[in-house]
Design a protein around this ligand. Structure first.
Ligand code: HSE
Length: 440
């Protein structure tokens, strides 16, 4: 049997501790499968004394990640600290510069520095593997990077943040408040260190930027993503969506259009009878539409210690099985010098259906005025309804809900501007884009 693969792990939170445990418990099984043992030889974390329920006594401890990456006798550096900056950035860079393979779950790091790191990996003949960075345990990176080579991809979209999906599902099914659901997601170890990254959509955006690069062969453009989180979604929106035959999901969508690539993250209404609408809780789903394969939909655990550790383990096992000197798969599917420049399609040119919820003062002619403003902007309506338990009581603001046929974002924005100028609107309108899977 070949020499053991020596790994150093930086970060012993939920994922790191699960990984150390799995590597210890399945040592024999992994050695047989990979043709060589996998040994954790070095670790580092913020707090040496914390009880993580795993035995670290035989593993060399480093006080910081950069020294581990620079000095440890390892073949693979596993980065599970998170964060786009230091220490993760310097540590990963230091490891790659030594020609040491890197496995990371760090989507924020890749969104910010992925191409630079991939270039170093290429130059040094090292692998940069990051299956766990997107959609937890779902093997979407491998699917895009390897299995779908040769396909032309038109759209990739999905539920990529377990915390948000958990919150939206629990709000709907258990009628709990947003705050209570978020607390529970944090307790279960799904949320980011700063949960604002989850609920404001940044985490989904980081993941989407990676998928966009893999799907379209372009450089990562994480700053070019249109972003809306779920903090604005109320239980009223969830109920109205259900009444209309939709569910609300936080989707990341990247799509090839005539004017460029559209990347957007926002709460989205998806048809109730679509598979993606039925993806509940911490589960993630990623759909890829392409010309040769057609539509591929992958559903699976999106966050949490074991799901993420499973993807990290797969990446480590790939390295353990690789032959020395073999040509490596480029980190973003093609050599970095063959990545195409990214051309952004602006959100204003997005075309699709829209759900619009308006609160208006109760007076004659409002309904007609709204319909007129929509028509003025060339928007065709699928439905318009007044939502009220007290239709006959005057004085109370009334809720009007519109669902449009496919139209453009700029038409919707212009129509809303015109409606606002009429003076009957109470508060801000709620606008939620509708996304249809290919089959719907
Ligand atoms: N906070 C992330 C989520 C963890 O909720 O999906 C997995 O990337």
């Amino acid at each position: 049997m070949a020499d053991a693969l020596k790994i150093g792990i930086a970060g012993l939170g939920t994922v790191g501790a699960s990984l150390v445990r799995i590597l210890q418990d399945r040592h024999e099984m992994l050695a047989t499968t990979c043709g060589r043992a996998i040994e954790t030889t070095a670790v580092t974390a913020r707090d040496r004394n914390r009880d993580r329920g795993v035995d670290l006594s035989q593993i060399k401890w480093f006080d910081d990640a950069v020294s581990l990456a620079r000095d440890a006798d390892i073949d693979v550096f596993v980065e599970l600290m998170g964060g786009s900056g230091d220490p993760a950035y310097s540590a990963v860079k230091a490891a790659l510069q030594r020609g040491i393979h890197v496995v990371t779950a760090n989507k924020a790091l890749l969104a910010a520095h992925g191409i630079e790191l991939a270039k170093i990996a290429e130059e040094k003949g090292a692998l940069l593997n990051y299956e766990a960075a997107v959609a937890g345990g779902i093997p979407v990176i491998k699917a895009l990077r390897e299995s779908m080579t040769g396909n032309t991809i038109s759209r990739v979209y999905g539920i990529m943040n377990g915390t948000c999906n958990y919150i939206l599902t629990k709000m709907e099914k258990e009628e709990l408040s947003f705050e209570a659901c978020l607390k529970e997601a944090q307790r279960l170890g799904y949320a980011e260190a700063d949960p604002a990254f989850d609920i404001e959509g940044n985490d989904t955006a980081h993941k989407l930027s990676i998928l966009t690069s893999l799907a379209f062969g372009t450089a990562i453009a994480a700053d070019d993503i249109y972003l809306e989180g779920i903090t604005n979604i109320s239980i009223d929106d969830i109920h109205a969506a259900a009444d209309l035959g939709y569910r609300i999901k936080l989707l990341g969508v990247a799509q090839r259009t005539e004017s460029g690539i559209e990347q957007r993250v926002h709460p989205t209404m998806v048809p109730y009878d679509s598979v993606i609408a039925q993806v509940d809780g911490v589960t993630n789903a990623v759909a890829i539409e392409s010309d040769i394969l057609g539509e591929l939909l992958m559903v699976g655990p999106g966050a949490g210690g074991n799901a993420t550790a499973s993807a990290v383990l797969g990446d480590i096992a790939d390295i353990a099985k690789s032959r020395p000197g073999a040509q490596h798969v480029p980190a973003f599917g093609r050599p970095t010098n063959a990545l195409l420049p990214y051309k952004r399609a602006r959100i204003q040119s997005h075309e699709g259906g829209y759900f619009i919820r308006l609160k208006v003062v109760d007076r004659t002619g409002v309904f007609a005025s709204i319909a007129t403003r929509m028509a003025d902007n060339g928007i065709s309506l699928e439905s318009i309804m007044q939502h009220s338990k007290h239709l006959m009581e005057s004085g109370e603001p009334q809720t009007i809900i519109l669902v449009t046929h496919a139209t453009s974002e700029h038409s919707v924005r212009d129509a809303i501007k015109a409606i606002k100028s009429e003076g009957y609107l109470v508060g801000e309108p709620q606008v939620i884009r509708i996304e249809r899977p290919k089959a719907n």
